[in-house]
Design a protein around this ligand. Structure first.
Ligand code: MYA
Length: 573
């Protein structure tokens, strides 16, 4: 439904060579993309919510796909629920041979690698399900596996050429070789483009010499291969040389070394070190993507990794809620089970709603990705922020429900709390991601406003556009132009859909108002940007939940009534 119009447009009327020459998309095609909702959640910034992007809620797995995942997750659940001791692994800081082998045997190192390269070839929705089921047991192991495949060799999967894939993916998918993602540097954390590592090409163009150091690298001490980002001199179109980031696939070879395992607050089953590159020779065929395109390569790997985190955190919350619920049903105080006290019931309800939202976000993104949507970076960032804060809340409340017992190490909840804390920091701190969401959305609106400004310079030629925009604004100012969300939503939720439509308009008016008031200076107004971002999260949350609950009610699934109650509260909150 989403990709069909795009295919039609691009296969019949679009001339890529012409667009390449002019260097920009013409008005008509830009508008077509907007109309088909290609800008996803970005549209809430202009008040033109392309709700059809989020409805119907993405198809769940087919029976065959589902049973395949169950077949894989069953041994994992068995292994981790019976024989695995996360506290012991945490103490030693590494997985024992037996458990490592079990993970290899079940194919856990190549979950999304296509079968022709030796992997399991799961689609994104299957991956989401697998992550959800397996991750709850030990987030440290998740980071070990995630740093390897979610970001470590993801560059090869997304941008690698045939030779690179054929040569490296099989050994990575089997787990006989381990990968790591090396972006962060001592002076470049959130400011990813500020990296100082440098690679210089030899005169014959065959070899790069790489120098620099990276910090906080997951799998840094055990990886056989690194996706490394370094500055390189690139000739710009005007002929001058400029520094641009390039991504390299670097084997552990002469000149590569690492520091000792860093002592961390949590995720101790994963290895984190500094990594040093000292005159490392990297063959030119090991560039990932194009020379100079490394920043985009990094960002797209991270967009992809952020979605994996949302799936994993959903699994963590699920496990915590199961523990809290079981405890509340068993533990008596003042002559009654904890579960009978409304104060405890309220806690578990709040935890369950946060889990419901997170899980809905995970499957919304995986569904969009499986449907071929490429632009999901805002959705991934919004969901990562939400999921990491929700998981912190849920695990903390679980510990609270367990009381003194929860504070003791042997329960494993304090470990979960320590483990989950990092998710608000890595793969983009929530602070930087909030700014990223607000600024990216505003850039989109800014472009829109600039188009109108341009049109005003030639009012006669652009009369249609100016008239349409004028009409839209007048209608909006008297409340006539609200996005028709209700048409997609189950009748039980029409009031919530109407409220959401109004919220989207209020939001987009605020965005426009701020842009007109501050113009480019808006980038320095972090307090305002944070508020916009929080509003965007709330709007997106409601959209996703309305979509999921509509499906639940239409299909009358077993949990429909509970989902309805949760969705009512989530939307009103
Ligand atoms: S790895 C380290 C993580 N580090 C980060 O995440 C760094 C955070 N910083 C940034 O993301 C960037 O520096 C920011 C932009 C956002 C601040 N998608 O001028 P710009 C484009 C697509 O804004 P800057 C770790 O933690 C942008 O449009 N494009 O750039 C390990 C522009 O394009 P153009 C993007 O101000 C954790 C250009 O780039 C994006 O310098 C281990 C420049 O933009 C984007 N997102 O900074 C975890 N951003 O030029 C293990 C920007 O065309 C995994 N752009 O206009 C666990 C997983 C669990 C899995 C479980 C399941 C099993």
């Amino acid at each position: 439904m989403i990709t069909e119009p795009a295919e039609k447009i691009y296969s019949t009327e679009y001339d890529p060579l012409k667009v390449e020459e002019t260097g920009e998309l013409d008005e008509k095609h830009l508008q077509l993309l907007k109309d088909m909702g290609a800008f996803g959640v970005m549209n809430i910034f202009t008040g033109e919510a392309k709700v059809q992007n989020f409805f119907p809620y993405p198809k769940v797995l087919s029976a065959e796909e589902f049973s395949f995942v169950e077949m894989i997750t069953e041994p994992a659940e068995k292994i981790y629920s019976t024989e695995y001791d996360p506290l012991k692994v945490e103490e030693t800081g590494e997985l024992d041979e037996k458990h490592l082998q079990l993970l290899k045997d079940m194919g856990a190192f190549g979950v999304m690698v296509p079968p022709e390269y030796g992997g399991m070839g799961l689609n994104n929705t299957q991956y989401a399900r697998l992550g959800e089921v397996t991750v709850g047991f030990d987030l440290g192991i998740t980071i070990f596996l995630g740093a390897h495949q979610s970001i470590g060799y993801k560059g090869l999967l997304l941008y690698g050429n045939k030779e690179q894939k054929e040569r490296y993916l099989p050994e990575l998918a089997s787990g006989s070789k381990i990968a790591a993602f090396a972006l962060t540097e001592p002076s470049a954390g959130s400011d990813a483009s500020g990296i100082k590592s440098r690679a210089v090409l030899s005169e014959d163009g065959k070899t790069w010499t790489l120098n620099g150091s990276k910090i906080y690298i997951s799998n840094g001490g055990i990886a056989d291969y690194f996706t490394v980002f370094a500055q390189t001199a690139v000739r710009s179109s005007s002929g001058e040389m400029k520094d641009k980031v390039t991504a390299f696939w670097v084997p552990r070879t002469e000149g590569v070394s690492n520091g000792p395992a860093m002592k961390k607050m949590g995720i101790n089953a994963s290895n984190t070190t500094e990594v040093f590159y000292d005159n490392v020779k990297v063959p030119s065929e090991n560039v990932i993507g194009q020379v100079g395109d490394g920043f985009k390569v990094a960002m797209n790997i991270l967009n992809n990794g952020r979605y994996g985190m949302v799936c994993g955190l959903s699994g963590t919350m699920r496990r915590a809620i199961a523990m809290a619920t079981a405890h509340a049903q068993n533990r008596s105080q003042f002559g009654n089970k904890l579960a009978s006290f409304t104060g405890i019931q309220e806690k578990i309800a709040e935890m369950s709603m946060k889990h419901y939202v997170t899980q809905s976000m995970a499957y919304m993104i995986s569904g969009l990705m499986d449907n071929g949507v490429k632009d999901y970076h805002l959705e991934a960032a919004l969901s990562k922020i939400y999921a990491s804060e929700a998981a912190w809340y849920v695990v903390d409340e679980t510990l609270q429900i367990f009381g003194g017992q929860g504070y003791m190490r042997e329960m494993g909840i304090e470990k979960m709390l320590r483990d989950v804390r990092i998710f608000r920091i890595f793969e983009g701190t929530n602070e930087i991601l909030r700014l990223f969401v607000a600024l990216t959305g505003m850039q989109y609106v800014g472009g829109h406003l600039r188009e109108i400004q341009r049109a005003m310079k030639n009012p006669v030629g652009n009369l249609g556009m100016i008239f349409n925009e004028g009409t839209r604004r007048i209608k909006r100012s008297v409340g006539l132009e609200t996005p028709d969300i209700a048409q997609y939503v189950h009748p039980e939720f029409h009031p919530e859909a109407q409220q959401l439509a109004k919220n989207i308009l209020t939001f987009s008016s605020s965005v426009e108002h701020l842009l007109i008031k501050y113009t480019q200076g808006i980038i320095h107004e972090q307090m305002l940007l944070n508020r916009l971002s929080n509003a965007a999260i709330d709007i997106y949350t409601s959209l996703v939940v309305l979509s999921r609950v509509t499906r639940a009610l239409e299909k009358n699934v077993l949990s429909a009534e509970i989902e309805k109650n949760m969705a009512k509260v989530i939307c009103s909150e």
